[in-house]
Design a protein around this ligand. Sequence first.
Ligand code: SAH
Length: 344
Amino acid sequence: MAKRDILSLYLSELEAAIVQMGEKKFRARQIFTWLHQRKVTDFSEMTDLSIQFRERLSEEFYICSPISVKTLASTLDDTVKYLYGLSDGARIETVLMSYHHGNSLCISTQVGCKMGCQFCASTIAGYVRDLTAGEMLGQIYASERNSGRTVGGLVLMGIGEPLDNYENVIRFLKILSAPEGRGMSLRHVSLSTCGLVPMIDCLAQEEFGLTLSVSLHATNDSRRSEIMPVNRKYPIDELMRACKRYCAKTGRRITFEYAVIDGVNADVRAADEMAALLKGFSCHVNLIPVNPVKERSFRTGRDTVYTFQKLLAARGINATVRRTLGSDIEAACGQLRREEAKIN
Ligand code: SAH
């Protein structure tokens, strides 16, 4: 029988499994603490359980622990990028960023991506599979072990579309915030989506209190459909209505991500359209200088972002510009995994 992924289990499921093994229910809590607070990678480390029980656990379960295949540390800032190998050989990326208020980790939610955004490296070689909740938790625990730092904030902005792996992402968030485990407040979590409208509505029902980031990147349907195929299914108008429903239901402000691209989405017309789209909507706009991807021609000139920021300000939109971290280590989604795939 195949071993079960123990990191992906809710405490209640672990309790049921432990009772079925003929052990006392409270043992599940001990194991949950070892897994999610002490971040052990082997059952032999669970020293308050009998050796016999530890052996039986290792026959029934495995602890997912991504192995660092490559680590790139920025010489410009404290950003560290990990290329992790999973048990089936799949590769994903995780980026640890240092801010004055603490460390934030950018995790992947899928191996590859189906969404086809033109400027993004994650999508070039297509989609391979979804990550399990345990593989998402494993990225946090492995990065903390490898760096010796504590992760205070989390962004679901690595490889993949989190709302295209909805069930596993929800499971991950519930285990992450379980008080008997890590107990992380989901207020410190941002989830970024390219705009899967029905799943935005589902997420609103969860009452997580997390920050929803929506990758907008263009202000009219013809341009957005060109660079983000998802727009053909869920056009801007539908997306904006879902965002407004999300705000009304959760009381949380949405962040719109906007990768500023020369000659594509940073002119006066785009600023006018953005002002019309966001009129009366209490939200946050974050401008991102596009990270050049070798296979693509998209670029951001040195001044384009600030010029566009001024155009927006003149129209009443106060946008922030994202600090570029790890620009010397290919820190944009999917770039490192892509490079490795090309070499092998
Ligand atoms: N699929 C999700 C999350 C992963 S991408 C989403 O689309 O939001 C995380 C963010 O990085 C998104 O805003 C995405 O559009 C942006 N991004 C992807 N490639 C980029 C690049 N080359 N330069 C700048 N931002 C990029």
